[in-house]
Design a protein around this ligand. Sequence first.
Ligand code: ARG
Length: 467
Amino acid sequence: MKRPSRAPTSSTKAWAGRLPVPAAPEAEAFTTSLPVDRVLYPHDVAGSRAHVRALVRAKLLSAREGARLERGLAAILHELERGRFRFLASDEDIHMAIERRLVERLGPLGGKLHTGRSRNDQVALDLRLWLRAECNAVDAALARLQRVLVALARQHRDAIVPGYTHLQRAQPILLAHHLLAYREMLARDRTRFRDCRQRGDELPLGAGALAGAGFPLDRKFLARELGFARVSQNSIDAVADRDTAVEFLAAAAIAAVHLSRLAEDLVLWATDEFGFLELPDAFATGSSMMPQKKNPDVAELVRGKTGRVTGALVALLTTLKGLPLAYNRDLQEDKPALFDAAATLRQCLEVFTAMLPGVRFRTERMAAAADGLLLATDLADQLVERGIPFRRAHALVGALVRRCAVTGTGLRDLDAPTLRGYSPHLTPALVRGLTPARSVARRRVLGGTAPREVQRQLARAEREDGR
Ligand code: ARG
């Protein structure tokens, strides 16, 4: 293997035959995607190795040539992994960089690699491989956060907290029930990434620039080699389409929004006004000026970074809209959006997975806040049990609550004559029986907040998510 004694800083472009002038530095700097797409290198090498095998099968390369090319690619992979690979300013993207290096190492034989292939099907392939790996990684990260939520729910399975609608106290619920709500959202997120992986499980290689390779490449063989379930059925679609990436970003945006809502609950609950939880010191930030501050910056940033992830989805959709078939260089803009969104989502998942086990829930404060007028529904429900139509019961209890609100009395403090004034069915025994614990216990419907049902849901979650 011949190696140049000193690596050049620039190399001739692959298209120098057609365009013999060197690229303007401004054009080169503007069009390069190398800073972004270099992370594709393991996939690019894997795709090229499979392509070499397909070329050998098609008798376009001898077995010996194939073996030398594969060894060359393996050596380049090694250089890249060790950080020993020297990129050149003239390397337009990771695909050209690797091919350039292959020619450096192997001479003219390296120039045979790109037979029957275009960077258009090559980059489409690399992206599919990246998406497949990333879907798996995000799925695993989601599962880890699910397990943390479920473990917290189990630790606090008896704690009662006010449930809110319109950010007004609504009804008592179990804290575990609230936490498991997020677990459900993440469960759906996981199915979205699974769907994305399955729908994208299709080999684009062999599509060539757009019309299909001009050599008899066995695409089913390529699909098997690279672990794809299917082969794309239209070469134009294969190089022009990015909807697997859009789907990934949509799933990522939804997951990020879920994390953002959890973040908002944490920020709110950590305030003195709520006082429902204390964040672990190691995940909080102080103020440079106000000595008393303990700020929920981690949760705020999870909430804030959601903007980047949803922005990436909109960016890619906007890039695709109105693009004529087939490949257009605009498509290169898929990767900054995609890679940033994936990394951001994964960071958010990881930091919450690390932070949540350290959250201290102030269950006494929660319990105190879950008592009082938010038991009004239970009173109405009990009147219903005594034969009063719900609408009537609602109106009666509503009037009673209004009185309590005006006079500053609790429902349980109302005396017999007052109660009787509203309905003969209303008795001190009835109102005194109202408690948050009884309120949650009533809600035994499937998916309700009764302890027994939440227990069942906890067990199901543990079964489904693994411990
Ligand atoms: N860097 C390009 C991309 O990411 C690779 C494909 C380039 N193809 C082309 N015909 N210029 O989309």
